[in-house]
Design a protein around this ligand. Structure first.
Ligand SMILES: C[S@@+](CC[C@H](N)C(=O)[O-])C[C@H]1O[C@@H](n2cnc3c(N)ncnc32)[C@H](O)[C@@H]1O
Length: 335
């Protein structure tokens, strides 16, 4: 057995305030699906608070470290040797520079660290968890705003699909991505085309293919009509942050975004169809507009199984006066 101490990124405290250690522990527990560690709580060492855990047997393997490097709040990891700390280098999945995720700033953006947490725990609940570091998976955000999830998926080396009702958001995302790829001199092709069904425009489709073969697709359209432009089983995981039912900053967000439960009820059956067998859906929402039971019922009603157990039931946290955010992950049967 070896003991480890994980230093949380200062940004975790800014995002979650006093809930930061609890959320980091919940995420570590979810990583328990691929890495065998025992949470030993937290400890203050030299005046700094660390999250501590033990291996069950021997040191962390290279593969364990590769997984834990992606913890959304990880800043630095140390093996404990007596009362000394030995640094363990972290090497998170990083297919692009960090600024792919940090440059976009706008009202209504889902925090990038939280987006990574949501993507991680969803991947870990899916049948692809053991292959999450190796395979080029497909992540779908069916309410993608200006693309925080899509960029996080690209960072992991995955393909990304986004759907967003607000055409201005989709345009802002495609303009950002094109400029970013051009500025970084990354080989790519990109273009926008209309999607018509029976002579009616149902969505605008943007597609970018990157040098290494990674692909980003976005659709300006209604997520509940996604079957008009996406085929069943097109995504390995679906990760989304629901409208909060409150206006963000100066941006009212449109009538749709103030009715999150309606969006959910119309869209979840469609989202379930888009998920491959063995896939997982992870979502966050404001519990002031819908309780956990109600959201879980909508997911179960679409044939999905809500994930319970270590980590998955302990992620509710305060965002601001109008928002208490919770997280649910559900899986699609593997056959
Ligand atoms: C909380 S925001 C997501 C923000 C996003 N994660 C980001 O960081 O940019 C929810 C989004 O859902 C979109 N939305 C609401 N109803 C929709 C619908 N029926 N179809 C597609 N998008 C919808 C809203 O326009 C809003 O951009």
């Amino acid at each position: 057995m070896t003991s480890y101490a994980l230093l949380l990124a200062p940004s975790a405290n800014r995002v979650y305030a006093e809930a930061a250690p609890r959320l980091a522990r919940a995420e570590l527990a979810a990583f328990g699906r691929v890495v065998d560690v025992k949470d030993t709580g937290g400890q203050t060492l030299g005046g700094v608070e660390y999250l501590t855990f033990d291996t069950l047997d021997g040191d962390l393997t290279e593969r364990d470290i590769a997984h834990l490097s992606n913890l959304s709040a990880a800043y630095a990891l140390f093996a404990r040797v007596g009362d000394l700390l030995r640094p363990v280098p972290l090497h998170p999945l990083q297919h692009f520079d960090d600024d792919l995720i940090t440059i976009p700033k706008y009202a209504g953006k889902t925090n990038e660290q939280f987006t990574r947490l949501l993507l991680n725990i969803t991947l870990l609940a899916s049948a692809n968890a053991p292959a999450m570091l190796a395979k080029r998976l497909t992540v779908l955000d069916p309410l993608c705003g200006r693309g925080t999830t899509l960029n996080q998926a690209l960072m992991y080396g995955y393909d990304a699909i986004g759907i967003e009702l607000d055409g201005k958001d989709v345009d802002a995302y495609s303009a950002f991505l094109r400029t970013y790829l051009r500025r970084k001199r990354l080989k790519h092709t990109a273009g926008t085309t209309p999607v018509r069904r029976e002579k009616r425009l149902v969505a605008r489709r943007f597609e970018a293919t990157l040098g290494g073969g990674q692909r980003v697709l976005t659709f300006a359209g209604d997520t509940a009509q996604a079957r008009l432009f996406l085929r069943p089983g097109c995504a390995d995981v679906l990760v989304t942050d629901l409208p909060y039912g409150v206006a963000h900053g100066s941006r009212a967000g449109g009538a749709q975004s103030r009715r999150p439960l309606e969006v959910l009820a119309r869209a979840v059956p469609v989202w379930a169809e888009l998920l491959r067998p063995g896939g997982a859906l992870g979502m966050s929402w404001n519990t002031h507009v819908a309780g956990r039971e109600l959201v879980a019922e909508v997911l179960t009603g679409a044939g999905l199984t809500v994930v319970t157990g270590p980590g998955y039931e302990d992620m509710s946290h305060w965002v601001d006066q109008a928002i208490e955010r919770d997280v649910l992950v559900a899986t699609q049967p593997a056959v």
